[in-house]
Design a protein around this ligand. Structure first.
Ligand code: HEC
Length: 94
């Protein structure tokens, strides 16, 4: 599990993105809301809203690995996880 996830996200969303205080970021419940959305949409949401109560602690370039993690946790195969490709990659529709 990437360090950034353990440091800033896991306490609320669970070590395996399964959800705790915060909602799960993988699986059917997440995809019911986010299925079909792009990596860029995820990036924007995280940048504007997360970590809850501490917006701004993440550097701009630190958000992309978190987007990659969420895409992968929802079954997206990432061969080349560079930001321009992550931005246009979409979460599967449930
Ligand atoms: C203090 C607890 C907390 C932390 C820390 C936190 N989140 Fe959240 N997160 C929430 C809650 C609560 C929601 C649902 C309410 C909302 O959308 O604001 C949420 C919603 C989300 C969503 C949208 C989920 C949905 O179903 O729409 C994403 C994506 C997300 N968080 C990503 C992250 C990432 C990435 C991090 C780490 C950088 C993070 N969160 C850190 C509490 C947290």
């Amino acid at each position: 599990m990437p360090n950034l996830w353990s440091q800033w996200c896991a306490a609320c969303h669970g070590p395996a993105l399964e959800g705790r205080y915060g909602p799960p970021l993988s699986g059917p419940r997440f995809l019911a809301r986010w299925g079909g959305e792009s990596g860029e949409a995820l990036w924007r949401f995280i940048q504007a809203r997360m970590p809850l109560g501490q917006v701004g602690v993440l550097k701009v370039q630190e958000i992309w690995p978190l987007v990659a993690l969420i895409l992968q946790a929802n079954g997206v195969a990432l061969t080349d996880p560079v930001p321009p490709l992550l931005a246009v990659t979409r979460l599967p529709k449930p």
